[in-house]
Design a protein around this ligand. Structure first.
Ligand SMILES: Nc1ncnc2c1ncn2[C@@H]1O[C@H](COP(=O)(O)OP(=O)(O)OP(=O)(O)O)[C@@H](O)[C@H]1O
Length: 327
């Protein structure tokens, strides 16, 4: 079902979109686009406007301002066939069997019955539900039913996959299965966008992130760019009476704190944006420091997320060129 598109055409684009409910903005002037073939994480705290943004992107609701484009056009019956969407609200026909429901979704997206059933059986078997091809949804566990719903989203091998909170409700084994599934879809050439509160999944899966808070975009960039918003620090321990502070005084690195115990002298160096802990290590070695241990501390995505969404007055569109003004 993969259809040719211009390499430059974004599968999904929100342009200055806003949505108001009862006069209150759920999404405020948000713009972002997914690049063809990437895995894009869409992060934000509860109520930030993620589902509203995704619903606008798919034409489920209309933006009050701005526009949403799918493969360069407003959502329509043709381009929506190229999309697989897992909504946040789960729901399947409880009396249908797992294979029948996946096949049904496939046929809604233009597959013929035989092909959709074959694909349903393959997918269910591949993802651990081979013993439940003919089990009714009502007789599956909640997590199993969620897996069936995720597979229903993917049955027609869509060009664009949008998963709203796909990991919630899955146990760690099934989360791992879903990660594998997302990677396989990505390898097939699909563009994947998923929202999540689970930072580890975003960190391990995504090429890029869009983070929103209080309906506004707070960040749009790669994982590395996100990590660089919070500076690293390094801990170095030295033996004897070596004075690392004095040794580094001619370099750009400053000792932030130090202490001595029976194991030696321990130094902490806070780094500026863009400086890497490895560079401090190199400088310390060049200064002849008798190093007994070196520990680089890189920010976790969780720290970056909290720092971005916690700030009341954070600039609404963190451009990486001027990120220092936003941290
Ligand atoms: N149909 C609606 N009617 C009224 N308010 C709504 C509606 N849909 C969303 N909202 C409000 O819009 C805001 C954003 O909601 P949205 O569901 O987009 O957030 P979210 O980021 O997906 O949150 P969560 O992570 O909790 O699912 C919330 O304040 C919510 O109450």
């Amino acid at each position: 079902m993969t259809q040719p598109t211009s390499p430059l055409q974004s599968p999904l684009e929100l342009v200055n979109t806003s949505k108001f409910f009862k006069g209150k903005a759920a999404v405020k002037n948000v713009s972002f686009s997914a690049r063809k073939g990437e895995i894009l994480g869409f992060l934000g705290p509860n109520g930030a406007g993620k589902s509203t943004s995704l619903r606008m992107a798919l034409g489920v609701i209309s933006p009050d301002e701005g526009e949403a484009l799918l493969f360069g056009e407003k959502p329509n019956l043709v381009n929506l066939r190229r999309v697989g969407f897992l909504p946040e609200e789960r729901g399947l026909y409880r009396k249908m069997t797992a294979r029948a429901i996946i096949s049904y979704y496939g046929r809604l997206k233009g597959m013929d019955r035989k092909a959709s059933l074959t694909r349903a059986d393959e997918m269910l078997t591949r993802f651990g539900l081979g013993d439940h091809l003919k089990t009714k949804i009502s007789d599956l566990s909640k997590g199993m039913a969620q897996k069936v719903q995720i597979l229903s989203t993917l049955v027609h091998q869509p060009d664009l996959i949008i998963l709203d909170e796909p990991f919630s409700g899955l146990d760690p084994v099934n989360q791992q299965d879903l990660e594998t599934l997302i990677r396989e879809e990505h390898a097939r050439g699909a563009t994947v966008i998923f929202s999540t509160h689970i930072m580890e999944q975003a960190e391990s899966l995504c090429d890029r992130l869009v983070i929103i808070g209080q309906g506004e975009k707070r960040f749009d960039g790669t994982i590395d760019e996100a990590m660089s918003l919070i500076p690293e620090h390094a801990d170095i321990s030295t033996e004897g009476t070596f004075d690392l502070k004095a040794a580094l005084c001619t370099t750009r690195f400053q000792i932030s704190s130090d202490k001595t115990d029976e194991l030696g002298h321990h130094w902490r160096i806070d780094l500026s944006h863009g400086e890497r802990a490895q560079d401090v290590l190199r400088a310390a070695i060049e200064a002849g420091a008798p190093i007994t241990s070196f520990t680089p501390h890189r920010a976790k995505l969780r720290d970056v997320f909290v720092s971005l969404v916690d700030k009341e007055e954070l600039c609404s569109d963190v451009q990486l060129a001027d990120k220092e003004t936003c941290t």
